[in-house]
Design a binder for this molecule. Sequence first.
Ligand code: PMP
Length: 285
Amino acid sequence: FDDRDGYIWFDGKLVDWRDAGIHVLTHGLHYGSCVFEGERVYNGKAFKLREHSQRLIESGRILGFEIPYTAEQLDEATMATVKANNIVDGYVRPVAWRGSEMMGVAAQSSRIRVAIATWTWPSYWSPEARMKGIRLNMAQWKRPHPETAPTQSKAAGLYMIATMNKHKAESDGYEDSLMLDWRGQVAEATGANIFFVFGNELHTPTPDCFLNGITRQTVIDLAKKRGIKLVERAILPEEMAKATECFLTGTAAEVTPVREIGTFSFTPGEITKQLISDYDSLVRL
Ligand code: PMP
């Protein structure tokens, strides 16, 4: 991914894509002092940009560092990067980390570095193809207790769990993996939140040990506008037997129907279809 044309915003200015490098003694690499964001660009505009910029700053604060830019400055930098790369439909990856000034667990005075990259990434699923649904396995590694890990931060270190689970899912022929939390309750997929339809109601786990995704919050609003009853609660895996529909939400996933999780199966239906359509209209407003 490092050898291509384009520009990356790096510590305040746009640099050539190939020149956006860092030293091997970067604290963020050795000790996981790194946070990131994932945004989607629709028609040249990053959806919910301010929310993502704010979450990046908050993610850093949770890890104990202050990103040296305001949300407004990050918004402007993102827009400049999108424009410089001529992105119409794409993805944005802001990332912030402790630099290479100090080596050791403590690195209080290391410099906080920030970069923003973007690339073309159309959402190429037709609604019909998407409605087939994807298959998830049951993940081996669980979401940790919020007193064990900074679960409300989009911290790079937490993605070690997601990557291990996703790799296992892919090698076993699944598209993604459903993680339970340390209590054994349903939590989320490796990069997306999860919803189920029980009867005519939409249920989703309470986000007390994983990200309350920006897409999750958007879809909850859309469901409420449709008059669909929304319930946030603890969901046990065996309850999935009674759910009729299931879908994932996330910046990259958008609204993705699920047809199978381990031994449970679902039929993507009317509620999922409505929310896909409402979400697609909203992001392109
Ligand atoms: N959970 C995880 C682990 C994620 O990586 C993401 C994607 N950022 C989400 C949930 C969904 O968050 P959002 O809707 O803000 O993209």
